[in-house]
Design a protein. Structure first.
Length: 76
């Protein structure tokens, strides 16, 4: 009976020794993934703000160019 208990404890120890590094690695990978997602979110928000500014500038340029062309047509 003692042999069976020792064998079971040994088997559990072997499985635990194999599973523990995997669990630790998964925890580390998840943490790094959350950090990367947070960094990407910040970058996306910054870029969205810049895109809005560029969009407004392009719209203003288009309006100015249209007025410029209209003035040319009025002069003829």
């Amino acid at each position: 009976m003692n042999d069976i208990v020792v064998a079971v404890i040994g088997a559990v120890a072997v499985v635990a020794a194999a599973v523990l590094p995997i669990l630790v690695g998964l925890k580390k990978a998840r943490r790094e993934n959350r950090e990367q997602h947070a960094d990407n979110k910040d970058t996306m928000l910054m870029l969205a703000g810049k895109v809005d500014v560029v969009h407004d500038e392009v719209r203003d340029m288009r309006s100015d160019f249209t007025k410029h062309l209209e003035n040319h047509n009025k002069e003829r």
